[in-house]
Design a protein around this ligand. Structure first.
Ligand SMILES: Nc1ncnc2c1ncn2[C@@H]1O[C@H](COP(=O)(O)OP(=O)(O)O)[C@@H](O)[C@H]1O
Ligand SMILES: [Mg+2]
Length: 348
């Protein structure tokens, strides 16, 4: 059998460049070299593309990758491949932009298409779709930065320009503390704050607006944080449900990547019925955004009421050998290497 020419693209122009490199290297190591001719591709933070040589020896992170050649004609390079796996998190990778390039070039690629990727990356638009799908979620307010002021946008998309002070009064009327303030296009918790009073709320809005002009403010849910992985195009399967035990006030950037005290629990400490409910909701959310290939869907299970709330969908979740996505499928017997084979088959 002819080997498939497979491009593994990692790095990228987002705050998650380093994480993506770890995922990319992990994938390359685990792929079956009998089946695939692997072309490792690194995109640096400025958007320059490189073909990485001798990855095995050179197996370091992002900027330390020394043995690499610039790709002068990215389009031609991509067209020479049979299939690509964009292992990119965040902006310009998980948001539909690079997926659009693959579509234009007619190169098959792993994972969600343009629409699902961009909806999944945008927390406000994800919420609008989840709402339409009848999936329970935290109450929220949507706003946009507008010069020195803000635009409050209601559920019917009516807009009102407000000063920060007027805006936070409205938010306080609509939502209860604690609240989470998030840039709509964020990842790895960058720009996200948990706030417990109006002063903190004002500061958090200013902070979030540094990362995106669209801002989402949500009521905080007290309870367990759980995650479920999905795989498939039309026939979508879901994994076991896992749980996050964040070492911080919430699962912040630091708690995710620096604090060794953050733990994951597989399976989550919830009843089998709850887990089944979450698995169904994960598939529903994935279908609702028109997902393809893979996603990890994150939820809260509220303390006391045991009500399930969807938090977000990640169309290109972390993919290191210790990441939730592969571990959740590993738990139901789909090992890392098989998971990669299946994703590539789905792409083709
Ligand atoms: N409404 C909420 N209630 C409780 N915790 C939340 C809420 N929203 C976010 N968090 C906490 O903040 C973390 C990051 O928020 P999230 O929306 O998942 O952003 P990211 O895309 O950066 O992962 C979550 O993992 C969770 O710990
Ligand atoms: Mg998250």
């Amino acid at each position: 059998m002819q080997k498939l020419k497979l491009g593994i693209i990692f790095g990228g122009m987002s705050t998650e460049n380093e994480v993506s490199c770890v995922s990319g290297v992990s994938i390359i190591k685990n792929l079956n070299k009998e089946k695939y001719d692997i072309y490792p591709v690194y995109i640096d933070k400025n958007g320059e593309w490189f073909e990485v040589l001798n990855l095995e020896e050179n197996e370091k992170r992002g900027e330390e990758l020394e043995d690499k050649n610039p790709i002068s004609n990215v389009m031609e390079f991509l067209k020479s491949l049979d299939v690509v796996f964009p292992v990119l998190h965040g902006l310009y990778g998980e948001d539909g932009t690079i997926q659009g390039v693959f579509e234009l070039l007619k190169v098959p690629y792993v994972g969600c298409g343009v629409l699902a990727s961009s909806v999944g990356m945008d927390k406000v638009y994800s919420k609008i779709i989840f709402n339409k799908a009848g999936i329970n979620q935290a109450k929220y307010v949507y706003l946009r930065k507008y010069n020195e002021d803000y635009i409050f946008i209601d559920e019917a998309f009516n807009e009102k320009i407000l000063k920060l002070e007027e805006l936070s009064n409205i938010v306080c009327d609509k939502l209860k503390f604690p609240m989470f303030v998030k840039p709509s296009n964020s990842g790895s918790s960058v720009g996200i704050s948990k706030v417990s009073d109006k002063e903190e709320l004002n500061d958090a809005i200013v902070e979030a607006s540094k990362f995106d002009r669209k801002i989402l403010i949500e009521e905080g849910i007290v309870g367990r944080e759980v995650e479920c992985a999905v795989l498939g195009n039309e026939d979508v399967i879901s994994s076991c449900v896992g749980e996050i035990k964040a070492a911080d006030e919430f699962y912040s950037y630091d708690a995710k990547y620096n604090n060794q005290e953050s733990k994951t629990l597989i399976p989550a400490e919830i009843s089998e019925e709850k887990a089944e409910e979450i698995r169904k909701l994960a598939v529903k959310a994935f279908k609702a955004i028109d997902g393809k290939g893979l996603s990890r869907v994150d939820f809260f299970v509220e303390e006391g009421t045991e009500k399930v709330y969807i938090n977000e969908i990640n169309t290109l979740p972390g993919f290191t050998s210790i990441s939730m996505y592969p571990k959740l499928f590993g738990e139901i017997g789909i090992v890392y290497e098989e998971l990669l084979d299946r994703l590539i088959e789905l792409a083709l």
